[in-house]
Design a protein around this ligand. Structure first.
Ligand code: SF4
Ligand code: SF4
Length: 325
């Protein structure tokens, strides 16, 4: 499959790519080297994990062409042990960034996956690298060894350019739920300059000019999110929270639009919008609550607990006074 569509790999090949990072570059196999290069190039590339399990998952069996030489049963078992640890099913497709986060988070060692403490027969000798420490060393390098972070210089340039654009803009583009994040930040005492987004600066603009027009937009829009380390510029994507933040954040945007009776594309003066927000949203739970078990693409440390955010409460009280609401 071409890289812009996605790649299909065996679960073990993903794990071997971590092993490869922790071992000698010269010993990296061609297929594993290709996976590492494709992910480095396109970190949100769709990756399908397929393996030979038959039965009800036979539709996705890839065949044995990519089996390593240790034997048929070993190959199947290794793939299944990996999927079990990742809590994923054969044939599932996820962005590479989410998969690597989950892999590094969930698989601490390949002991018991790629090799066993006791060799019970020739068929169960396991991979010769299983006890080498290569995987564990590769894992210790962290996510940035597989998914490059946004360069600091790029973030600084984006901060300057997007702020300049915001100061000139009418209306200012904002995705809905981060107006709540702005209130939480305000309650936490965060004031400009703020490196990771333009919300504190937006609040200062609104305090000076409460009639500033706000346009509600979808996705990690450039005007507010440009300098965020978790923004993926090419797709207006948000990849905070182990790569999956875009999902809960999109849901939060839509929960908020429903509560306010608004839609993407609506424009409102800032003070009017905040008055509506404070009327309809006494706390953060209706918008931010998530109830996933880890691992999950719905996991998100922010707002997931069962309590309304105290920072929102504080920020709301202060902003109501400062905006004369
Ligand atoms: S121990 Fe062998 S099979 Fe397991 S990840 Fe390393 S190279 Fe791959
Ligand atoms: S990219 Fe995501 S985490 Fe970053 S500011 Fe935007 S919504 Fe928040």
């Amino acid at each position: 499959m071409p890289a812009d569509v996605g790649i299909t790999v065996r679960p073990y090949q993903l794990v071997c790519s971590v092993c490869a990072r922790g071992g000698k570059a010269a010993s990296v196999s061609e297929s594993v080297g290709a996976i590492l290069a494709a992910v480095q190039d396109a970190p949100d590339l769709p990756v399908t994990l397929s393996c030979n399990v038959g039965e009800v998952f036979a539709y996705q069996d890839p065949g044995t062409a990519d089996d390593t030489p240790e034997g048929a049963e070993f190959n199947v078992r290794r793939d299944l042990e990996i999927l079990h640890k990742l809590n994923l099913e054969p044939g599932c497709t996820l962005p590479a960034r989410i998969l690597y986060h989950r892999l590094l988070d969930r698989i601490e060692t390949v002991a018991g996956i790629c090799g066993y403490p006791r060799v019970t027969s020739d068929a169960w000798e396991g991979c010769p690298d299983a006890g080498s420490g290569n995987y564990e060393r590769g894992r210790a390098l962290g996510i940035s060894a597989f998914i490059p972070p946004r360069p600091v210089g790029e973030l600084e340039r984006e901060k300057a350019a997007s702020l300049e654009a915001m100061y000139q803009a009418s209306p200012v583009h904002v995705r809905p739920h981060i107006l709540l994040c702005a209130v939480c930040q305000y309650g936490n005492g965060i004031r400009p300059p703020y490196a990771e987004d333009n919300l504190p600066e937006l609040i200062q603009v609104i305090l000076k000019k409460p009639e500033t027009l706000i346009l509600l937009v979808a996705g990690a829009d450039w005007m507010m999110c440009a300098p965020c380390p978790y923004r993926v510029p090419g797709i207006n994507g948000c990849v905070n929270q182990l790569g999956s933040g875009g999902l809960p954040n999109r849901m939060r945007d839509l929960r908020m639009l429903q509560k306010l009776g608004l839609s993407f594309g609506d424009v409102r003066p800032a003070r009017e919008l905040f008055r509506l927000i404070f009327e309809r949203l006494p706390g953060t739970l209706d918008i931010c609550r998530l109830e996933p078990a880890k691992p999950s693409v719905w996991w998100d440390g922010c707002g997931a607990p069962a309590e309304n955010s105290e920072s929102y409460n504080k920020g709301k009280q202060q902003l109501m006074i400062d905006l004369g609401i």
